[in-house]
Design a binder for this molecule. Structure first.
Ligand code: SF4
Length: 256
């Protein structure tokens, strides 16, 4: 479960940066209002007030979203609309989180891992169990053995399950659970597959960077991210913990 102790420090980092981002966004919005005040006042008496109200509403929604995320992570029950606002706030503030992380010299990968942990937690709270045939397992090409001649990006069923990489094992897991499974070579192809297959949820395996962008790209579709392992460095003969993949499927799928 995402609420376990191992994940808690990861989530805490993102939440702290998110709170700092909220204050930064508030200060920025106030600064914008102050700078534009004189110019707007010259154009019309009521304009500074209208613009201020607009910025205030914007800040209110972002703030409600951030508080929503914190309540969700702390385990408080929240309404679906609140959860959606929470998720939107994460996406709006994420670039600010990264900038603040850089200012405080926090490792970018650590922030991304924390973001993925928070995202997984929110998805688990929001998603009901789904029919197996509506779940897509999306894999990165780098899981394939780098000398394998078979074109699994065209069709994953071209894999001969020879055992030199985990693609064969993952196909077996997908088949046993009756899910869809595909390999994507990049974000554009992944988005195209998702448009065509119309899954209700995605289990995506990737590195921190690709999972982070992928989760944001295909929002509001729920994505559970499982980080890959890189024993030979990035993008080459990567691996994934198969038990983690199966655990996600067990949590998500309605097998009746
Ligand atoms: S398991 Fe499949 S993809 Fe991996 S090396 Fe063997 S044939 Fe290629």
């Amino acid at each position: 479960m995402s609420g376990n102790k191992e994940n808690r420090p990861q989530k805490r980092l993102f939440l702290l940066l998110l709170l700092a981002s909220l204050f930064t966004a508030g200060a920025l919005l106030f600064g914008i209002w102050r700078i534009s005040f004189a110019g707007l006042a010259e154009m019309g008496d009521g304009l500074p007030l209208i613009f201020g109200a607009f910025l205030g509403v914007l800040f209110f929604f972002i703030g409600a979203g951030v508080i929503g995320i914190i309540l969700i992570i702390l385990g408080f029950p929240t309404m679906p609309i609140f959860q959606k606002t929470a998720w939107s706030a994460v996406n709006v503030l994420f670039p600010v989180v990264l900038i603040l992380g850089r200012l405080f010299d926090v490792n970018k990968e650590k922030i991304e891992r924390s973001f993925i942990a928070v995202s997984n937690h929110i998805v688990k709270m929001r998603a009901n169990t789904i029919s197996p045939d509506r779940l897509l397992i999306l894999l990165p090409h780098c899981l394939q053995f780098d000398e394998c001649p078979h074109k699994i990006t065209r069709d994953i069923r071209n894999c001969k399950s020879c055992g030199r990489c985990q693609i064969g094992d993952l196909i077996a897991i997908a088949d046993a659970n009756r899910c869809m499974i595909m390999v994507a070579t990049g974000g554009t192809l992944a988005r195209k597959m998702i448009r065509e297959l119309r899954p209700k949820a995605v289990l995506a395996v990737a590195c921190e960077r690709d999972l982070t962008t992928g989760i944001q790209d295909i929002f509001p579709l729920p994505v559970i991210g499982v980080l890959n392992e890189r024993p030979f460095g990035p993008c080459c003969n990567t691996r994934v913990d198969l038990d983690k993949v199966q655990t996600v499927l067990d949590n998500f799928l309605n097998k009746n």
